[in-house]
Design a protein around this ligand. Structure first.
Ligand code: NAD
Length: 336
């Protein structure tokens, strides 16, 4: 089979070469849309990461595609409906580091609560004063967990370790978890109103786009801390900026941004001849505003990026690829 692996690191190419034999393998460091179409349009299998936006317009150019194996849990970058219609299987990596992402969420929270990012900057400049560095304890604070799936559950376990009071919202409650992990399910409005800290672990769906908008922020406690390691568009950036500017929101830890795809490749953005919409340009400016704010910590979609998690991602992706090569039932298909 002809297999195109996109967005890989060098060590991953070596690992694949040792394991996948007798296939026509191509490696591309770039996302799918930036690879030469003539070379890839007849591939059987694509593996890629979230920066490959596989929309209908791009997918229509492929003549032979059987499998898209995304090296991520989220698959909102792929047009699932189109794939289903054309019989293209889409597989993901359902679980590779639930703890990995939850640990990052707490990394952001601990930094914000103890002002570590500010203290780090100060000491590098030789300033050992406490000015603007007073933090707060996590113990006895109420944390609201939105989404009690795999990552949400890990966040709950970590929060319990810090002796926090945990409440959660999920439209598909798993009631037995409450006793098992020691938290209470509440309505979305209750979680918004009662939490000192809100951490988002919800998938991006049409129904969850801008889940945290102006109305939601208005319902929150004054000074609430918002952590988002899930997907940028879950938060309405403009509403968040307003909340931060007015002090309604006390701080934000963001591993994901609404405009992250453009911000990530700003040089391309500046040089490219693509015409961007007014909304896209606005998002880029808003993201820059966020990144400059003192009480905001932005990381570059980094939560999954640990040695252990990357290895698990690659191994599961190879399982997905071998399911296709060997005609086995797919274990991780998301568009049945
Ligand atoms: P999961 O599918 O195990 O859990 C998601 C949970 O959200 C489910 O329990 C679901 O019922 C719930 N949910 C759905 N709609 C909701 C709503 N409107 N309000 C509250 N809860 C809702 O997913 P997961 O493995 O825990 O991952 C969560 C998300 O984290 C992924 O969708 C992905 O976008 C993101 N993620 C980010 C990174 C990163 O590097 N930053 C890495 C992995 C995953």
């Amino acid at each position: 089979m002809k297999i195109a692996f996109f967005e890989l690191e060098d060590w991953e190419k070596g690992y694949i070469a040792e394991r996948v034999h007798n296939q026509d393998i191509r490696y591309y460091d770039v996302p799918v849309a930036q690879a030469p179409l003539e070379e890839i349009k007849d591939v059987d299998i694509i593996t890629c990461f979230i920066y490959s936006k596989l929309n209908k317009e791009l997918l229509e150019k492929f003549t032979n595609l059987k499998l898209i194996a995304t090296m991520s849990t989220g698959f909102d970058h792929i047009d699932l409906e189109y794939c289903k219609e054309k019989g293209i299987v889409v597989c993901n990596v359902p679980a590779y580091g639930d703890n990995t992402v939850a640990e990052h969420a707490f990394g952001l929270l601990l930094n914000l609560s103890k002002n570590i990012h500010k203290g780090y900057k100060k000491t590098r400049e030789g300033d050992f004063s406490y000015d603007g560095l007073r933090g707060f304890d996590l113990k006895n604070k109420t944390i609201g967990v939105l989404g009690t799936g795999r990552i949400g559950q890990c966040s709950i376990k970590i929060a319990k370790g810090f002796q926090m009071n945990v409440i959660a919202y999920d439209p598909f409650q798993k009631d037995s978890l409450q006793e098992e992990l020691g938290f209470v399910y509440k309505s979305l409005d209750e979680v918004l109103a009662e939490s000192d800290i809100i951490t988002i672990h919800v998938p991006l769906l049409p129904t969850t786009n801008h889940l945290i908008n102006k109305e939601a922020i208005d319902k929150m406690k004054d000074g609430v801390i918002i952590i988002n390691t899930s997907r940028g568009p879950l938060i309405d950036t403009e509403a968040l900026i307003t909340g931060l500017q007015t002090g309604k929101v006390g701080g934000a830890g963001l591993d994901v941004l609404e405009g992250e795809n453009i911000v990530k490749d700003e040089l391309d953005f500046i040089k490219s001849h693509t015409s961007y919409t007014k909304e896209q340009l606005k998002l880029v400016m808003q993201d820059h505003t966020l990144m400059k704010m003192d009480n905001v910590l932005v990381t570059p979609h980094l939560a999954f990026y640990t040695k252990e998690a990357l290895q698990r991602i690659l191994d599961t992706t190879l399982t997905n690829v071998f399911d296709c090569i060997e005609g086995r039932d797919y274990k991780h298909q998301v568009n049945k």
